[in-house]
Design a protein around this ligand. Sequence first.
Ligand SMILES: C[S@@+](CC[C@H](N)C(=O)[O-])C[C@H]1O[C@@H](n2cnc3c(N)ncnc32)[C@H](O)[C@@H]1O
Length: 288
Amino acid sequence: MSVLPYALIDSGQGRKLERLGGVLVDRQASQAWWKPALAPKQWAMAQAFHHRDERGGGHWELKAPLSESWWLKHGPIQYRIQLTPFGHCGLFPEHEGAWSELAKILEARPEGSAAPRVLHLFAYTGGGTLRLAKAGAHVTHVDSAKGIVQWARENAEGNGAAELPIRWIVEDATRWVEREEKRGQQYDALVLDPPSFGRGAGGEPWKIEEHLLPLLDRCRRILVQSPLFVHLSAHTPGLTPLIKARLLEECFGDSGSVTCGELWVNEADGRRKLPAGSWARLERDSRP
Ligand SMILES: C[S@@+](CC[C@H](N)C(=O)[O-])C[C@H]1O[C@@H](n2cnc3c(N)ncnc32)[C@H](O)[C@@H]1O
């Protein structure tokens, strides 16, 4: 059976209308301050509508029963999609462009050189991990949620990538970095997409404004002197591209150049963009 692609159909009034493979869903998009381009009757065709509750959870209202999960394709990766109570579905499509650029950096390394060791923190359902591993990296995939790491492994299997060199770790990100430092481990590159709030595998609270800088400082100690890249993204409101860039400059600035920008998803009309967080990246200087 062919796997259908992801598409962002429309956005507006704080919502987005997406085709997740064969299923049309309507869920929150707090950045969509504008009016939708499509008529209400087209939005009403959504098969699933997400309601958020005040405590950050929520529920889906379904027009008709749906399979518990299904697959879609986005970029070169197939994702198992499942509607979770929080409104997440197993894919953050806005990262595809950045992952493709990181894959290019990895593929451009000199022939015969050792596989770069990449640490991927807050790695979710593994889209980034699979892109990096397919580009030749040895990836350590760290996420504190056991079920999410299992989901990432299913995505690896679904992409025929179960044999790629990936270590699947269920652990608090900061704890894992502390452990790796004690073991004297070194990585060539780092990718992280921390949430605003989270919990470590042992219930450790994660608050981005409190814990991101200490984590980056610690990561410096387990990275080689001149890392290939450090790619930081996040969806936290107020954590602008320039703030991310400055954090990277402060922690790693002596080892490369930092660029930054917004994340977005293109709408199906090919013209409109839905912003979705931002990123900053340190890359090894290629200048002599
Ligand atoms: C925003 S998602 C990352 C999305 C990912 N970049 C992607 O697009 O595929 C954040 C992830 O961080 C994980 N997480 C939250 N707190 C954590 C912690 N303290 N240590 C490790 N992972 C954590 C969550 O389980 C979740 O999978």
